[in-house]
Write a new protein. Structure first.
Lengths: 252, 252
DNA sequence: GATCATAGTCGTCTTCCTGACGATAAACAC
DNA sequence: GTGTTTATCGTCAGGAAGACGACTATGATC
């Protein structure tokens, strides 16, 4: 693949990942600790260089597998396996976003169920699920009272954009099911919405809405009591990807 | 800005523009004729290399100004001047999308009122507004009976994605006003929706909807009869950017 | 084992929004 | 004036959502 380097400025192209999940009623993102400068020791989004023969989505899927072990499927594919939803988010190319050189980062958004434990090259201390609220508060203090350093590079902005994308997209699509295991209850799905939006939803109206939307949920016949209380029906994600009319996010 | 070329594969980064407008009741996109290989003589989306000191949005705004003379304003800025709306669309990086070398293109979407005549370096024959329907039909025949060559590179895909973005975004935002001049009537705005969606809307329900949504339209006090018939009130775009509840796109 | 707490599920009622469509208003062409 | 075109207001029925009451089926507690 010959080219004339004088004809255009050379760029490094990376993919960065906003991997979201819901743990303990909170929206969490995967963060990895940087092992080398710049921003050594700081938390950052997982990511890496795009290889010479890779498409952008391939690179993102590869990084996702390396960091979490999750297989990815695109926005169009159904939620058959236990993989994560993966889609392109946006591209960030400020000339000064990386002090070393000109780097353009194609950010991707991944939504995963709670199950997997993070693994960054097998070193658990260098990867963690952190509440997005905690990752986004600049210069504040975490739950343990330790001062919180902001994310490396422009990753706070990328994370914020990814969270906003997720928040708006579960309104009009069935994407919230990507946060759930293969089989789940209406209540578990509702808790996903509540965690992502940070609001409380009326269980009765929510139940009516999701069970009344054709193609959204398919009953599996089983029930579970894992949430306590009366046994709940188990559902699988249906074929519908678009919700019409959408799920309404409460105002304030 | 030193870097080690062996540490990562070098990429060329370009911006491509999907510039949409509404002319004669049809959604049209700006196309330029390629003057050199590959795809010499074929129509393509305007675009170019990102410069070494430019942000991506700056590069897109520069290309837009070069091709159309339009000033751009971002998604957040109000529609004060006569500029065009400009936002990032998506990034395309298939390893084989450009036969010469590895090129990653950050596509942007611009929405402009009808006014400007295209100018590609002053040569009008090398730039034109074409109905998107015509640009997207692969291997068909245009209105003049001439065979239509598909757009260069993956630009048909990019254009299709841009059109889809515009179609969905005018549902829940006030973005349709970006297709209108500073002052416009309800009927003109309705014709924008009809052209972008390719459907007919009920004038009475549309009028009730847009005038009843707070912050969407601000009456200027003037009237016009430029559409014929009874004089219509003139409006300016209001401060509201999000439409809640959204404008509903008819099914079928 | 009765009681309680918890979560799930079904209904009702009111309100808001939309789609369908009738009716009137104000310009222009002839 | 008559007809045509576009704008604007009004009415009505149907659907969806928010608020909330009521009942059900578990496990936990006394």
């Amino acid at each position: 693949m010959p080219y004339d380097p004088s004809a255009f400025p050379p760029f490094a192209v990376t993919v960065d990942l906003v991997v979201l999940t819901v743990r303990r009623h909170a929206l969490c993102a995967l963060a990895v600790r940087r092992g080398e400068p710049p921003f050594q020791g700081r938390w950052a989004l997982p990511g890496g260089f795009v290889r010479d023969d890779e498409d952008l989505s391939q690179a993102a899927a590869r990084e996702l597998a390396e960091e979490t072990g999750l297989r990815a499927h695109g926005p169009a594919a159904p939620d058959q396996d236990n993989g994560a939803h993966l889609e392109q988010l946006a591209t960030y190319g400020d000339p000064k976003r990386d002090p070393r050189m000109r780097v353009v980062s194609v950010a991707h958004l991944a939504l995963a169920p709670d199950l997997p434990a993070p693994r960054a090259g097998g070193d658990a201390s260098n990867a963690r699920w952190a509440p997005v609220e905690e990752l986004l508060q600049q210069g504040g203090y975490g739950r343990d009272g330790e001062p919180v350093a902001p994310l490396a590079f422009d990753h706070a902005q990328i994370l914020a954009d990814g969270v906003e994308r997720a928040r708006s997209k579960i309104e009009y699509s069935s994407l919230a099911t990507a946060f759930c295991p293969t089989e789940f209850t209406v209540g578990e799905l509702r808790r996903v919405y509540e965690a992502v939006w940070g609001v409380a939803l009326d269980p009765r109206n929510f139940h009516r809405k999701v069970t009344g939307t054709p193609g959204f949920l398919v009953p599996t016949g089983g029930t579970t009591t894992r949430q306590g209380g009366r046994p709940a029906q188990l559902f699988r994600a249906g074929g519908a990807t678009l919700l019409n009319p959408p799920m309404l996010r409460p105002e304030v």
